[in-house]
Ligand binder design. Structure first.
Ligand code: NAD
Length: 494
């Protein structure tokens, strides 16, 4: 089967509608949104453009499924088995999902297979294991000397609204869905309007695996319409949002009405820190991948590269050499390492930042230009001699652009690295173990990787300090964020 047939088959197969209580439906207005292939600019699908009334119907179904109690009170081992069945379904359809994700986001299909798919599959498996281990505690009561029996329960928080971005829609959607389902919640998910296709297929596969109707609902639409309605809805108990810091702040405002629980995974401007005692043969490629992977469209992309002064020139050269070796092209080509940016708007934004870097006096070492006239490609771009006041250093670009700066010692680089409104992640390249751990403790970042970057695992909490977010996703901590603690206390004395 050639790629064109494959695309047609997948898109036919996919319902590409809203899912409300087990039924695939159009938006009430009948309006749709066009979905593009960012490698070519061609329209590949249409999805419903939903608004507040569609959201309301979906929330009602999620509420009904929650109140029916059959889902949250299902035997824990059965719920765990169901999540495991979803993991197996995703495995069976892994090639198809990777292809769909590459088609819709533009990313390299080869990387989608080895990263996005395992991330989505394994979180269902991991959270499936947790279902039978969500437990409270028995607690001593010293109140008035009488005998009490006191204990806590972890109860599902209720109806969850999930809103996801376009860079890793499948994996990030899976993180939210698997965690909420394991806790016994029901959900309405609104994927990004730019790349919703893999989420629609994921939800369809969840139903095929046996997930009861109404437990998981999906609504397509714009952020300011469907997304805002979901975050404002008075019958949604929790919002879990991944996206930009600017929209994250709006989500907080929207949530105030009924004081929703809120988890936010937001933007970043992560530092890479290279010491002169690092394995310099490894650093060039490592630091380049830390920023250019997925064409820089990663929240934890290490876009500020700090290099110790005596190896500065050598590392700038090595990173630029690696950047120029990456194969940039259509993500569906198995040879491609870096695909296009997701949209014309994002391409313009990134090119604007590159112009500002030049205008503000950074030294352009390589890249800086648009590639071709079809699709939204931008060359991997390295700026040296950047300074903290430049826009390319202080603002999140979300594209393939790195700014390199020089430092003297640990003290100085700690200050420079922490000088950011963001605090999502950081990496350190050194062979000195003590220095690595001391610095790791001082960095204001939710994840610190030493001699590696971007190692995500369902067991590892993920989230940000400062304006990179609130709370953590995946891991035990991420799961418990979908629960409320209830304290039960009973007097035993007559
Ligand atoms: P975005 O904030 O523009 O959109 C994210 C989602 O929010 C989309 O579904 C969008 O429709 C919705 N949205 C937009 N406006 C809204 C509104 N007013 N009300 C409710 N929902 C609204 O982000 P993006 O451009 O899709 O993604 C890129 C951003 O996401 C970057 O800042 C990146 O750092 C961040 N991100 C963070 C993480 C993380 O885990 N920390 C992961 C991936 C991406």
């Amino acid at each position: 089967m050639n790629d064109e047939q494959r695309v047609r088959d997948i898109l036919d197969l996919n319902k590409r509608k809203n899912l409300i209580g087990g039924n695939w439906v159009d938006s009430l207005s009948g309006e749709t949104l066009a979905i593009e292939n960012p490698a070519t600019g061609e329209i590949i699908a249409h999805v419903p453009r939903a608004g507040a009334a569609d959201i309301d119907l979906a929330v009602k179904e999620a509420r009904r499924a929650f109140e029916a109690r059959s889902w949250r009170n299902m035997r824990a081992s059965d719920r765990g088995r169901l999540l495991e069945s979803i993991a197996r379904k995703l495995e069976e359809h892994a090639d198809e999902l990777a292809f769909l994700e590459a088609l819709d986001t533009g990313k390299a299909v080869s990387f989608a297979k080895i990263l996005d798919l395992p991330a989505a599959i394994e979180v269902f498996r991991y959270m499936g294991g947790w279902c039978s281990k969500i437990a409270g505690k028995t607690l001593p009561v010293s109140f008035d000397g009488k005998e009490y029996h006191a204990y806590t329960r972890r109860e599902a928080v209720g109806v969850v609204g999930a809103i996801t971005p376009w860079n890793y829609p499948l994996a990030l959607g899976a993180w939210k869905i698997a965690s909420a389902l394991a806790a016994g919640c029901t959900m309405v998910i609104k994927p990004t309007e730019l790349t919703p296709l893999s989420t629609l297929r994921l939800v369809e596969l969840c139903l095929e695996a046996g997930l009861p109707e109404g437990v998981l609902n999906v609504i397509n639409g714009h952020g300011h319409e469907a997304g805002a309605a979901l975050a404002q809805h008075p019958d949604v108990n929790k919002i879990t949002f991944t996206g930009s810091t600017a929209v994250g702040k709006k989500i907080v405002e929207y949530s105030l009405g009924n004081l929703k629980r809120v988890t936010l995974e937001l933007g970043g401007k992560s530092p890479s820190i290279v010491f002169d005692d690092a394995d310099l043969d490894q650093v060039g490629l490592g630091a380049a991948l830390a920023v250019f992977f997925n064409s820089g469209q990663i929240c934890f992309a290490a876009t500020r590269l700090f290099v110790q002064e005596n190896v500065y020139d050598q590392v700038v050269e090595a990173v630029a050499a690696a950047a120029q070796q990456f194969t940039v092209g259509n993500g569906l080509d198995p040879q491609t390492m870096l695909g296009p940016l997701v949209s014309a708007k994002q391409q313009d934004r990134v090119l604007g930042y590159i112009e500002s870097g030049v205008a503000q006096g950074a030294r352009l070492v390589c890249g800086g230009k648009r590639i071709g006239d079809k699709g939204y490609f931008v060359e991997p771009t390295v700026f040296a001699d950047a300074t903290p006041s430049m826009k390319i250093v202080s603002e999140e670009i979300f594209g393939p652009v790195v700014s390199v700066m020089k430092f003297k010692d640990v003290e100085e680089v700690t200050r420079m690295a922490n000088d950011s409104q963001y605090g999502l992640a950081a990496n350190i390249w050194t062979r000195d173990i003590k220095k690595a751990h001391k610095l790791a403790h001082r960095l204001e970042a939710g994840s610190v990787w030493i001699n590696c970057h971007g190692i995500l695992d369902p067991a590892l909490p993920f989230g940000g300090f400062k304006q990179s977010g609130w709370g953590r996703e995946v891991s035990e901590e991420g799961l418990l964020a979908y629960t409320e603690t209830k304290t039960v206390c009973m007097l035993l004395d007559e």
